[in-house]
Design a protein around this ligand. Structure first.
Ligand code: ADP
Ligand code: MG
Length: 475
């Protein structure tokens, strides 16, 4: 179509938009837009900055979709051309395609693909020649629903996950927020949902990403001035699985960008699945507006499996691997490894490895010996060094200061706390502890333990600090 046509169409759009907006908003956000092209039902407009585009997306998406629908028709599609003129990218043109809300679902939505020749959105997973359908979902094929043993501990989360997989973004579980302690099956369940979606809807773009990976990718994108491409990539996803979102704590920039992606996806009826080691209310270091989003859907927790479930998990695993282990051995394992599915599996794997390597039968004796050793091993891990590290980390000081001569109260106290934990959690003598922590004698250690015990009794805040440190030591 001709340029005149494109301007005419845009003028019609502006009329509608003007009717629906306050004057100031219209002048600020719509007057500066330049219509540049109209091809079929695709209108391209030019906006002055990335920020401008993002603002439009966040605030006027619905209005624009409605307007284009009315003026151009149901297939209307909008493209932004961002002319960034005030930074090192001067003159660089980024073309961002925006699918209209009203594009029929059955139509292959080719226009959401990056255009050939235009600057393609950076795929942080670095798959060359990115096409929408080619995004590798990064799912672990072993982590299926079939392999996920159901129990009281996971019934709600599992059922919600299954419902989501059958109807992504079509249930009220959006986002689905799965939380629970380490090794309880969050990653497995989140993957299972992704795999099930792929089974039910092969065309849906599913992506599993660990929050840490997301963080790194975002940092890199910012460094390389690709922030916009990064966002653009994530906006193509139909089902986004973000694992271990607690890693976003205190990472403001990342929270902000994720907030933007979250809003975009949610507005476009895309499914979000988040996992975390804590419930939304207990997540520290998160922006309130992000937390409030997390509470929009369903938060479902995973708890420690009960004995029956532990047995069934072990059986499932042995069955899958084609091995037979006597019931009493499984029961022994299940009754000694109680609060973590990962450790439960780990124990079974070590047992199998031992039996195979030593060409021994898997007997109850072997299992007992091994579990004893495993338990001892985890005890041995708490060393004086480790205690010093955790304590200093907690008080944000370097380990070196513990051995300095200073009489500063905080440092003296941190040293006393380290001594106290060393006395209670290791088998070391008082002399050894004193020697390792600040080169003191056994009387100093004894005095430290007394002081700490007194404070625990009398100072509530102090006790809280200690409880938290103890928790970290045992993690
Ligand atoms: P998290 O992400 O919560 O730390 P994972 O999902 O990594 O835990 O689970 C740890 C291990 O335990 C994985 O190998 C997983 O397959 C297994 N697992 C956890 N829950 C179950 C379950 N209900 N049924 C079978 N295997 C499970
Ligand atoms: Mg995990």
């Amino acid at each position: 179509m001709t340029t005149r046509n494109c301007e005419e169409v845009w003028a019609k759009c502006l009329k509608i938009i003007q009717d629906n907006l306050a004057k100031v908003a219209f002048n600020t956000w719509f007057a500066p837009i330049v219509p540049v092209d109209l091809k079929g039902s695709q209108l391209t407009i030019q906006v002055p900055s990335t920020y401008f585009y993002e603002y439009l997306e966040e605030h006027y998406l619905e209005l624009m979709a409605m307007t284009l629908h009315r003026v151009i028709g149901p297939d209307a599609n909008l493209e932004y051309r961002i002319v960034v003129s005030n930074d090192q990218n001067a003159g660089r043109t980024v073309t961002v395609a925006m699918p209209s809300n009203h594009v029929p679902k059955s139509m292959p939505n080719v226009s959401t693909l990056p255009r050939k020749g235009a600057d393609e959105p950076l795929n942080p997973f670095a798959i060359p020649g990115l096409k929408k359908i080619q995004i590798d979902p990064h799912l672990n094929p072993e982590y299926t629903f079939e392999n996920y043993v159901e129990g009281e501990c996971n019934r709600l989360a599992r059922a919600a996950g299954f419902a989501v997989a059958g109807n992504p973004a079509g249930t009220s579980f959006n986002p689905l927020f799965i939380y629970g302690g380490s090794g309880l099956g969050k990653t497995h369940l989140a993957n299972a949902i992704g795999l099930e979606v792929k089974k039910n809807f092969p065309d849906k773009v599913v992506l599993y990403v660990d929050a840490n990976k997301f963080l790194t990718q975002y940092m890199q994108a910012t460094r390389d001035n690709n922030r916009n491409d990064f966002i653009n990539f994530y906006q193509m996803i139909d089902v986004l699985i973000l694992d271990d979102v607690q890693y976003f704590a205190d990472k403001q920039g990342t929270q902000e960008v994720f907030f933007q992606i979250f809003n975009y996806l949610h507005q476009h009826q895309k499914q979000l699945i988040l996992t975390s080691d804590k419930a939304p209310v207990d997540l520290n270091g998160m922006e309130e507006r992000l937390l409030s989003r997390f509470k929009w859907g369903l938060a479902a927790d995973l708890q420690e499996p009960d004995f029956e479930t532990r047995i069934r998990i072990l059986k499932r695993k042995t069955y899958k691997d084609g091995i037979e282990i006597k019931e009493e051995i499984l029961e022994y394992i299940a009754s000694h490894v109680t609060n973590n599915v990962r450790e439960l599996e780990g124990t079974l794997i070590s047992l199998l490895a031992q039996a195979t390597l030593n060409k021994k039968e898997i007997t109850l004796e072997l299992a007992k010996g091994m579990i004893d050793k495993l338990v001892k091993n985890t005890q041995r891990e708490i060393s004086i060094d480790y205690i010093q590290k955790v304590v200093c980390n907690y008080f944000s000081m370097s380990v070196d200061v513990l051995s300095s001569k200073t009489r500063k109260r905080e440092i003296v106290q941190a040293r006393q706390i380290a001594m106290y934990f060393a006395k209670n959690m290791t088998k070391c003598s008082l002399a050894m502890i004193g020697n390792a922590i600040g080169n003191k004698d056994h009387a100093t250690v004894l005095h430290a333990c007394k002081t700490v015990n007194n404070l625990i009794e009398t100072d509530k805040a102090f006790k809280q600090d200690l409880d938290e440190i103890e928790k970290r030591l045992k993690m």
